[in-house]
Design a protein around this ligand. Structure first.
Ligand SMILES: Nc1ncnc2c1ncn2[C@@H]1O[C@H](COP(=O)(O)OP(=O)(O)OP(=O)(O)O)[C@@H](O)[C@H]1O
Ligand SMILES: [Mg+2]
Length: 227
């Protein structure tokens, strides 16, 4: 499903050059659940953003379902991302001036081919699924951090993605909320067969994954598969 080949990401700014990802080779099979761990600054989010089609690699290649992600043109890349990938961001990513339901429906509303069911019917169902049926018309600033995360997860699921990328989706949340969100993500992995890649600092969460990838200083320091 996913192949990363000799992937690198270098940031250049006034402060100099940062080699955030330095030659990562990674393979994750279809329907698998992989966890990425590693210290702050080790390159986890940088790697995820490249896999998610959000940040162009400095060099190397990413194949998703056989498609060479970064050789697609801008439109094709946007379409692929919208259709096949769900992304739960590390930091707040909802549009504060749109209601929860608008935020969730947005990817479908933006998808020109629009051969899916009514975006609002689907968004309503997903918000119900994440336990926010009473918050359809709420605006993100009126919701708790955990509720906002759940809206972001519903949004990531609206296109029924084949690849679900979640970058520390439970950081800053209490244990109970963390468990609920993990249950939700694992349900999507098991029941819909989506490939799940989760970045986490929680080693107990990572221990439940079929594949554990440890990043250190931009490289994969350890990769272990089970089952
Ligand atoms: N846009 C950017 N411009 C310059 N440097 C960046 C940029 N984004 C990230 N970096 C640097 O790249 C390195 C890797 O950052 P990254 O966000 O990938 O780490 P991370 O493993 O996700 O950390 P955390 O666990 O804190 O989220 C860090 O040294 C960071 O300062
Ligand atoms: Mg990060």
């Amino acid at each position: 499903m996913l192949h990363c080949l000799a992937l690198t990401k270098t940031y250049r700014s006034d402060r100099g050059q940062v080699d955030a990802v330095r030659g990562v080779d990674l393979e994750v099979g279809a329907g698998r659940y992989a966890a990425i761990i590693g210290r702050s600054g080790s390159g986890k989010s940088s790697l995820m953003a490249m896999i998610g089609g959000l940040s162009r690699p400095t060099s190397g290649k990413i194949l998703i379902e056989g498609a060479d992600l970064w050789s697609l043109g801008d439109d094709a890349l946007a379409h692929f991302r919208n259709r096949r990938i769900g992304y739960v961001f590390q930091f707040a990513s909802l549009l504060p001036t749109l209601r929860a339901i608008d935020n969730v429906a947005l990817p479908l509303l933006l998808d020109r081919s629009g051969d899916k069911k009514d975006p609002y019917t689907r968004a309503t169902r997903l918000l119900n699924d994440v336990g926010l049926g009473a918050y359809l018309d709420a605006y993100p600033p009126e919701m708790s951090a955990g509720e906002q995360r759940r809206v972001a997860i519903a949004r990531a699921l609206i296109n029924d993605p084949a690849l679900l990328l979640a970058d520390e989706p439970t950081s800053d949340l209490d244990e109970q909320t963390e468990r609920e969100i993990m249950t939700l993500l694992l349900q999507v992995n098991r029941e819909r067969g989506a490939t799940l890649i989760l970045v986490t600092h929680n080693l107990a969460l990572a221990a439940g994954a079929e594949q554990i990838v440890q990043m250190a200083d931009g490289v994969i320091a350890m990769s272990r598969a089970r089952g």
